[in-house]
Design a binder for this molecule. Structure first.
Ligand code: GCB
Length: 601
């Protein structure tokens, strides 16, 4: 799905800012038709943001159900004769939107965009009333799953099977944009090499093609045309291309022009990085060269903003990634804002792109903490309806992110149950869906420790092994000798049994910033540092390990749990992005800079 864009034939209007907002505590808005007039008891709510932490209202912080947003917007006079589209970059976890009294969109899934062609409903120069109801309930049929419990007081409480706060709302931008009536609807780019020549394969989807022709041109970063051709699909050949490389995100620009005779009908431009990605034995190759992932699992999580996208915070996070010497991260545990991938493209930061399928493992969530059912895959729990939502989330993720050179690997789920035949049956069609949608990238999922090298039934479907391990924390807490032995034995077993590259996608320890102990006890900064050093010694001894992603980049908010002290504290940075001691250790390992260092690297 193409992003809204300003070109000579298109215009965008970002609808961010203050919207009218009402939390529907009594769940009556849909029956009462709240979209038909001004919202009752409305207050101002900034978009984008999570609604949870903006106000100091506990009831809103924990609200489970519907919230309503509304605003008025003018369709610019200059859009006469154009197609007018309303687009939500994300509404977490589902939404229905109305223009005036007419429902125009309905979408399931909290982290991928959806849009509605509203041309027939609005005229250029007219004002329209835009209303959207966002619902944040997680059920057995949603991705991620959860259950809603109604308490004796009538209050609804969210039970969830994942370890981060259920931030909700309009987390990303809302747009009104125009295109011509005949327009470029989609572009897919796949790059390759033929000897010293870069090959940019492309296909287009044109809506209402009529008598149009497609002309494409590729320009280098200085704006010089390096190749052009005509036709709805084909190849551009670039002799001696400048490659998109980790650490150097060189981007060409593909300009797609739709012509009627010689008249320009529509234009769309797409950044293109020429690079290849391939798995060969136990190596992960980018441009044919072995790549080693250094970085983090992250979260979109910030004080007050919650999961609301913010360019300032994003650029700062990337700056910290560069400072510490990270070359990659995983979008744990959901697709991140498109702005994040754009920035990663520009900087040459490599991304493992993950769906929102987290918590498909009742052995962990229900068994250990929550009570309730323990059979993960069944029609009463994760069943065919969940599978459909999961399949749709994979399709939408790939449709959205397929053209980003930074994305090198799809992660279909985080820590699902994966040691049973039921797990294999569940995941087989999902891997097929991902491979059909994108034959050009490796596909995997993130394994948790209940499924070991000889019992995991799903790894056989994947191109890489991604594992989260907590030796020295949840397993053998405090005993780093035991951790070292256990980790090494397990990694060696993965390597000999599966012969695939291994990325350790999570390892870490909760660490209270400022807690120092000479004994290096649990929760201290000393322990976090010693644990990371232990893991790194092991990684350096196992050839098949091609990546280390520390859990987590920064401390983050979670739901209530006796295991969490004001959130998850496994960050290498605090929630307000100050380095813990371990950050200096990572900088030493990844950049060779001795810690602490005051030079401006
Ligand atoms: C995990 C999960 C992650 C948690 C982490 C932890 O395995 O993938 O979402 O936050 O462990 O800190 O327990």
């Amino acid at each position: 799905m193409l992003r809204p864009q300003d070109t000579i034939t298109r215009e965008t209007k970002r609808l961010d800012g203050m919207w009218s907002f009402t939390a529907d505590f009594d769940g009556v808005g849909r029956d009462e038709g709240w979209w038909r007039s001004a919202l009752p008891d409305a207050t101002g709510m900034p978009v984008p943001s999570s609604f949870n932490d903006v106000f100091v209202v506990p009831r809103l912080h924990d609200h489970v159900g519907d919230v309503w947003y509304q605003r008025h917007v003018f369709v610019p006079r200059g859009w006469a004769g154009q197609r007018v589209v309303l687009r939500f970059d994300a509404a977490t976890h589902r939404a229905v939107a109305w223009v005036g009294d007419t429902q125009v969109a309905e979408h399931e899934g909290g982290y991928t965009p959806f849009e509605a062609d509203i041309t027939a409903l609005v005229g250029a120069g007219e004002e329209l009333r835009l209303t959207v109801v966002v619902n944040n309930e997680l059920t057995w049929h949603s991705i991620p799953p959860g259950t809603v419990e109604v308490m004796p007081t009538g209050v609804r409480r969210q039970r969830q099977y994942h370890d981060f706060f259920n931030y909700s709302g309009l987390h990303r931008s809302v747009w009104l944009y125009s295109t011509p009536r005949t327009y470029v609807d989609d572009i897919t780019v796949v790059t390759d090499f033929d000897g010293e020549t870069g090959v940019v394969g492309y296909t287009t989807v044109i809506a209402r093609p009529d008598t149009t022709t497609v002309r494409v041109a590729l320009r280098d970063a200085d704006g010089r045309e390096v190749a052009h051709t005509t036709g709805g699909g084909g190849e551009l050949r670039v002799p001696g291309p400048e490659l998109w490389r980790p650490g150097r995100g060189y981007l060409y620009e593909l300009q797609v022009d739709l012509l009627d005779d010689d008249a320009l009908v529509d234009r769309y431009t797409l950044p293109v990085g020429i690079r290849t990605v391939r798995v060969d034995g136990t190596q992960f190759l980018v441009n044919g060269e072995p790549f080693y992932f250094r970085g983090f699992g992250k979260h979109e999580d910030l004080n007050v903003h919650g999961r609301g996208h913010d360019d300032v915070a994003m650029v700062h996070d990337f700056s910290l990634l560069t400072w510490i010497g990270a070359n990659s991260f995983r979008t744990s545990h959901y697709p991140y804002a498109e702005e994040v991938l754009d920035h990663a493209d520009r900087l040459g930061i490599v991304v493992i792109d993950e769906t929102a399928a987290v918590g498909l493992n009742l052995g962990v969530g229900a068994g250990l903490f929550l009570g309730g059912p323990k059979t993960t895959y069944s029609e009463e729990t994760i069943g065919s309806a969940t599978l459909e939502a999961h399949r749709q989330s994979i399709k939408e993720l790939i449709a959205r992110d397929k053209n980003h050179p930074c994305v090198v690997l799809w992660s279909l789920a985080n820590e699902p149950e994966s040691h049973t035949q039921a797990a294999r049956d569940y995941f087989e069609p999902l891997f097929a869906t991902a491979r059909r949608a994108d034959p050009s990238r490796p596909v995997g999922f993130v394994n948790m420790m209940f499924a070991l090298p000889d019992t995991c039934t799903v790894t056989g479907l994947a191109d890489v092994v991604m594992i989260n391990r907590y030796y020295g924390w949840y397993v053998e807490p405090g005993d780093l000798d035991a951790a070292e032995r256990g980790l090494e034995a397990e990694l060696s077993a993965w390597s000999s049994r599966h012969g695939k590259p291994i990325i350790v996608t999570e390892y870490g320890a909760d660490t209270l910033a400022g807690l120092h102990t000479t004994a290096g006890s649990l929760w201290s900064e000393e322990y976090q540092m010693a644990l990371l050093e232990t893991y790194h010694r092991v990684f350096d001894r196992v050839d098949a390990v091609v990546g280390e992603h520390v859990w987590n980049f920064a401390d983050f908010a979670t739901g209530p749990s006796f295991m969490r002290v004001d959130g998850n504290k496994k960050g290498v940075f605090t929630r307000d992005r100050r380095p813990k001691m371990a950050a200096h250790e990572l900088r030493r390992r990844w950049l060779g800079v001795s810690a602490p260092d005051r030079s401006s690297a």
